[in-house]
Design a protein around this ligand. Structure first.
Ligand code: PHE
Length: 338
């Protein structure tokens, strides 16, 4: 049997393995379920005792050699002529994939927190009329926000403008639906401001609105506390400061306690430790009535926050312009943020 194995070894060495088909045929012929190795192993049990050792070693060596040839030929790949443009079977590795924009990451997280509190998502148009942005929200005709200085008008008609806040979506929703309603409304807004590290003519807000029977200021405060603790951490403290908006009464601005541990903390909180994150209030009964909601039966709260501002806090970004310059060195730092 040793002679037979030596002859087979020569056969294995001489086999042509130039194509994938040839390699596969070789593998099946030698190692397959009905292959040569199977027969040889079957013959092995008839080998006389004294020869068993030598024959066994030769059998193993043959099997190893067959496996080596298959592995080497597979790794070498087919020896075919490649077209001039290269090898179409090569894996297409290393194509860079995009990352989520930091504003999208934060918007999604904020919306997700309010969805878990039972708020549904709604959106409205960016080009609006005066009613939905100002008049329906109780802005008097001479209010400075209506001024050309602050508002972009579309063409010459003063009735058409780019919305300056997402509160316009509140009006659309109140007109279209009966309470109860609990909505979270993300969107892009526009103001005629000079572009700087702290201001831009285009930015993003998230508006909240909850209207039902018996909604109180305590509900507003508790909802915002839940949000702040979900977003900034479970020990986060908030405070409400009296403020003014034409469409809420009473109105407040909400601060989170940021701390005063570092020089940067002192600078960004102006030495107080507190940072403003949003405006809010109880929807003014006049606003409910203007949208056809019975203010003797229903009450509600509303709030609005700037996504850029909150994103700058979360990632310690010092210049708002970085969000809109699309510099990959900036954007790629958010790879992996979901
Ligand atoms: N619309 C206000 C702003 O842009 C924010 C706000 C929304 C305040 C809802 C109160 C209630 O500044």
């Amino acid at each position: 049997m040793i002679d037979q194995l030596n002859a087979l070894r020569a056969e294995v060495d001489a086999a042509e393995l130039a194509t994938p088909e040839a390699i596969e045929a070789f593998r099946v012929a030698w190692l397959g379920r009905k292959g040569q190795m199977k027969d040889l192993l079957a013959q092995f049990k008839d080998v006389p005792g004294p020869e068993k050792r030598e024959v066994g070693q030769a059998l193993n060596a043959l099997k190893t050699r067959i496996e080596e040839r298959v592995a080497a030929a597979s790794a070498a790949g087919p020896s075919v002529e490649l077209p001039a443009w290269g090898d179409a079977t090569r894996p297409a590795g290393g194509i860079p994939v995009g990352t989520h924009h930091p504003l999208a990451v934060v918007r999604r997280e904020i919306v997700g927190i309010f969805e878990r509190l039972g708020f549904a998502v709604s959106e409205g148009p960016e080009i609006e009329d005066d009613w939905h942005v100002f008049s329906g929200l109780n802005f008097p005709p001479e209010h400075p926000a209506r001024d050309m200085q602050d508002t972009f008008f579309v063409g010459r008609d003063p009735d058409w403008l780019l919305r300056t806040h997402t509160s316009s979506v509140q009006v659309r929703e109140m007109e279209a639906h009966e309470p109860p309603m609990r909505l979270i409304m993300p969107g892009r807004v526009f103001r005629n401001e000079a572009i700087s590290a702290r201001a831009h003519c285009m930015f993003h807000q998230i508006e909240g609105l909850y209207i039902d029977e018996g909604v109180s200021f305590a509900d507003l405060k508790q909802t915002l506390l839940q949000f702040a603790q979900a977003f900034f951490g479970p020990d986060t403290r908030i405070r409400l400061r009296p403020s003014y908006f034409p469409f809420t009464e009473p109105s407040a601005e909400v601060d989170v306690y940021w701390g005063l541990k570092t020089e940067v903390d002192k600078r960004i909180t102006k030495g107080t430790g507190w940072l403003e994150i949003l405006g809010c209030g109880m929807v003014d009964p006049a606003v409910l009535e203007a949208s056809g909601i019975d203010s003797t039966k229903y009450s509600g709260f509303a709030f609005g926050m700037g996504i850029e501002r909150i994103t700058m806090l979360r990632y310690q970004i010092g210049d708002l312009r970085a969000f809109f310059e699309n510099d990959l060195r900036f954007l790629e730092q958010f790879a992996g943020e979901a």
